[in-house]
Each structure stands twice: as C-alpha cells, then as structure tokens.
Design a protein around this ligand. Structure first.
Ligand SMILES: CC(C)(COP(=O)(O)OP(=O)(O)OC[C@H]1O[C@@H](n2cnc3c(N)ncnc32)[C@H](O)[C@@H]1OP(=O)(O)O)[C@@H](O)C(=O)NCCC(=O)NCCS
Length: 161
C-alpha cells in the first residue's frame, strides 16, 4: 500500500476525530471525556491536540490525500523523555504496514532529537499493539492505572571504537 507520513495540521482535526470514534478503534484509545460530548467537541479537542506545542503529530496519507492513520510523539526540547500517544489506523487500512511506519517515525524522530527514552501506555488486552511495540524495541515497564501497561524504548547506545 502506498502512503506517506507528514506532519498533521489543524485541517486534519476532523478526520482524526473521525478515526478516534470508529467503534473498532475507540476502545483501545484512552480518550478523555470530551470524546463523549459530541462530534464537534471532539473535533475541537483534536484541533487543540494538533496545535499543542509539545505534540509532534503526524498522519499517514494515501496518494489521494485521505488520512488513514496517525501517531503523536510528545516531548519538549529540554526533556530526555518522550511519550508515544494515540497510535491509530482506520480499520479499513489496517494490516498493511501503516501502524509500523508510524511507529518507525516515532523511533526515528526520538533518536534524532535525541530522546533517551520513549514511553507509552497500552491496554493489557491489546495484544496486537503490544506485539507491534515489542517488535520495535519497546519493553514492559510496569503497570499503570486502568488495566494498562507501560512500555519503554531506550535509545540504543552508540558504539565507540
Ligand atoms: C495497532 C494498530 C495501530 C496497528 O496498525 P496497522 O496499520 O494494522 O499496523 P501494521 O499493518 O503495521 O501491522 C502491525 C502488525 O500487526 C499485524 N496485524 C495488523 N492487523 C492485523 C489483523 N487484523 N489481524 C492479524 N494481524 C494483524 C500485522 O501482520 C503486523 O505484523 P508484522 O509486523 O509481523 O507484519 C491498529 O491495529 C489500530 O489502530 N488499532 C486500534 C487502535 C490501537 O490499538 N492503538 C494502539 C493504542 S496503545
């Protein structure tokens, strides 16, 4: 499947909200209460999400411009830690490498900043996502609240001769 990964803009907010609210996607994302206050409120929340200065949000886009998925890496320049947030792919386009490509973007960006660690939280029952994260070097880092596990990926050490 052909697609590219580009930074999200506020114009993507509507589509990002739409993906969040797809019944096969929503239960896996830890959506805040605004998500239940109607579509408009959720589009607004996504707009604020994309504009947040610590959110580095990208979208996976098909050749026709359709946004099929997204992920956000949250970090500040003076922080060693990042957080991978809201990895999501429209079920119509899952299983074709988009989720892996978005996660690779997270890792490459984190290593380039460079961040020492990237954390994420995942529902313990989300075995597909956990396997995906594990294949990309994330390891179990303990439980968090609400049936979630924390995973972490450490930036690989450079080998010096
Ligand atoms: C997790 C998620 C982002 C993966 O996106 P994706 O585009 O399907 O990812 P990929 O196509 O790169 O596939 C990742 C792996 O899962 C496997 N996979 C994907 N969909 C699958 C399916 N329906 N059945 C079985 N395996 C599947 C792929 O074979 C691939 O394995 P591989 O790397 O060994 O080839 C997507 O399933 C999703 O949006 N889920 C709902 C939201 C969610 O759970 N987000 C994570 C919150 S922590």
């Amino acid at each position: 499947m052909e697609f590219c990964v580009r930074p999200a803009t506020v114009d993507d907010a509507e589509r990002l909200a739409e993906i969040d609210l797809i019944p096969e996607v929503r239960p896996w994302l830890d959506l805040p209460p605004e998500a239940s206050r109607g579509r408009d409120a959720w589009v607004r929340a996504n707009r604020e999400w994309v504009e947040h200065p610590e959110h580095h949000c990208v979208v996976a886009v098909l050749p026709n411009g359709f946004v099929a998925g997204s992920v956000t890496l949250r970090y500040t320049r003076n922080d060693l830690d990042g957080v991978c947030l809201a990895l999501k792919v429209d079920p119509e386009y899952q299983g074709q490498g988009i989720g892996s490509a978005l996660l690779r973007w997270v890792i490459e960006t984190a290593d380039a900043v460079p961040l020492a660690r990237v954390y994420l939280a995942v529902l313990r029952s989300n075995s597909l996502a956990i396997a995906l994260y594990a294949r990309h070097g994330f390891v179990y880092a303990g439980p968090t609240a609400h049936d979630c596990d924390r995973m972490v990926r450490h930036r690989p050490r450079r080998h010096h001769r």
